[in-house]
Design a protein around this ligand. Structure first.
Ligand code: ATP
Length: 199
């Protein structure tokens, strides 16, 4: 069986926290390949500057140099809301085991997503922590997903970087320096396209 990782997100913009989590995902799970999936109109959140093409282009710049990794336009090229259950159904093949990466915020809401039963049946859920404060909540959620949906959950050992897209956008708006927050090519794309100047 080939081990294929899936890393979905808004990526508005992609940042070094995403990139390091993706690398740890590949290494710790010994993945054969990783698919980064920028989402279309996410059901869970309102997105500032929701330009799917810009987010896709920035994801290519951020992730494409990571070995075994490709960025997919599957979700953003479809004119409908993105649902992970549908995307995983599309990616699942007989000879492929899917591993679905999510950060703590996503993991804690997973049970409320569209068809969590399908998500848990088609993939192993891989959690990358974003801080250590939610550990009790994470364990409760893990137990719930295991009991209700027979989920398999793996928690990465990776120490996350304390970066979010929100912080990147706020820093740009405040005319601060984002060079330690995002990959250099993403920084250049943001400034040449004048993204996020208004927040
Ligand atoms: P925003 O600040 O706009 O909410 P975000 O930084 O959470 O954005 P997303 O594109 O929403 O970025 O995140 C995509 C996935 O990456 C989610 O599963 C999220 O939990 C995870 N993630 C985001 N930032 C980090 C980080 N620093 N370390 C590990 N995982 C992260």
């Amino acid at each position: 069986m080939k081990k294929v990782g899936v890393f979905g997100g808004t990526f508005s913009p992609p940042h070094n926290g995403h990139v390091e989590a993706a690398k740890a995902f590949i290494d710790e799970l010994d993945l054969n390949s990783l698919i980064v999936m920028p989402t279309n109109i996410p059901p869970h959140k309102t997105v500032k500057d929701n330009d799917p093409i810009a987010r896709y282009n920035m994801a290519c710049l951020a992730f494409s140099d990571i070995p075994k990794t490709e960025v997919s336009n599957y979700e953003i090229s479809r004119c409908e809301k993105s649902y992970t259950a549908k995307t995983l159904s599309y990616l699942k093949k007989e000879d492929i085991s899917l591993f679905f990466l999510c950060g703590t915020d996503m993991f804690l809401t997973l049970k409320d997503w569209y068809r969590p039963d399908i998500i848990c049946a088609l993939s192993t859920i891989v959690l990358t922590r974003r801080n250590s404060e939610c550990d009790a909540e994470i364990m409760r959620e893990k137990a719930l997903l295991c009991e209700k949906y027979s989920a398999s959950v793996i928690i990465l050992k990776h120490e996350p970087l304390d970066i979010s897209s929100t912080i990147v956008r706020q820093t740009i708006k405040a005319k601060g320096d984002i060079s330690t927050l995002v990959p250099e090519k993403v920084r250049e794309y943001i400034y040449s396209h004048r993204l996020y100047e208004n927040g």
